[in-house]
Design a protein around this ligand. Structure first.
Ligand code: 48F
Length: 259
């Protein structure tokens, strides 16, 4: 074959257009491609929901690349084995009783699982705002991360979804935008909120799943964004809670959409 530069360019543009066109108005928009968002994407896509993951960086994976303090091993509690197997993430059970996976394998396998389930992953794109109709979150406003970072004056586009999942990690950027704009507050009594966010992995892992929930109509928080919003204890470098939270977010989205 004689390689043709123009055909290469046309292939990229046409494929990207085809890749995104049918997902501009989809079932589930997941903002953030870390472990929680990718797990949610796997489960919603696998159930046949049209799912888009928006990731502001070039590489999805979020905080999973770095393991603990750059030691690139990801630790899961044994209860996460069932999800790891379903996602096709092979692991070693170590003598401490934990499941361990090199971070690059964990991230690569998660991305592949979500992709094979049918999720569309759009990287290098930042969700910078939300769309709300009749008190229901129904999509996000997006722009190229490069344009956002350079402060370029470029108008954004948008992606509509029946459910938006905030899986943005510590930022909880989508929920905070919603709270800022609506003047709303989190759906919990003050008393119920945990006031400490210091390290306590067992409690943190439990609470991140318990507090994975709808913040308002059409908007779910999952993963580290839940911990950040509800000040739950830090779980540090254990990741099972992120997978369980992502799976719970997917189940909530499925119930909501099927009602
Ligand atoms: O931070 P991140 O990995 O969140 P997570 O999936 O998992 C948390 C763990 O990695 C770790 C932990 C484990 O115990 O504590 O921290 O909840 O992934 C969040 C992703 O969202 C992207 C960000 O680049 C990262 O990859 N992101 C954040 N804000 C936006 C966004 C945005 N506005 N638009 C698009 N992507």
């Amino acid at each position: 074959m004689v390689i043709n530069d123009i055909k290469i360019t046309r292939s990229i543009i046409e494929e990207y257009y085809a890749f995104t066109r049918d997902f501009l108005d989809c079932d589930v928009v997941i903002v953030g491609g870390g472990p929680a968002g990718m797990t949610a994407a796997y489960y919603t896509a696998q159930q046949g929901l049209r799912t888009v993951v928006l990731e502001s960086r070039l590489s999805p994976g979020g905080g999973m690349w770095g393991g603990g303090m750059f030691f690139n091993q990801i630790v899961f509690q044994p209860e996460a084995g069932e999800i790891l197997q379903e996602l096709g993430i092979s692991y070693t059970a170590n003598r401490e009783g934990y499941l361990v996976v090199p971070s690059y394998r964990a991230v690569a396998s998660l991305i592949l699982a979500a992709d094979r389930a049918g999720a569309r992953i759009l990287n290098g794109i930042t969700a910078e705002d939300i769309m709300v109709r009749e008190n229901r979150v129904c999509g996000v406003v997006i722009n190229w991360t490069a344009a956002v970072k350079l402060g370029m004056h470029v108008d954004p586009l948008c992606i509509g979804g029946k459910v938006v999942i905030d899986a943005t990690g510590h930022d909880a950027g989508i929920v905070r935008t919603y709270l800022d704009k609506s003047g709303g507050s989190l759906p919990e009594d003050e008393e119920e909120r945990i006031r400490t966010s210091s390290m306590w992995a067992a409690k943190g892992e439990e609470m991140v799943v318990e507090y994975t929930r709808f913040i308002t109509e059409g908007l779910i928080a999952c993963g580290m964004s839940v911990s950040s919003l509800f000040n739950t204890p830090r779980m540090g470098p254990i990741f099972g809670g992120m997978l369980f939270s992502g799976r719970k977010a997917a189940e909530l989205a499925l119930d909501y959409i099927r009602k």
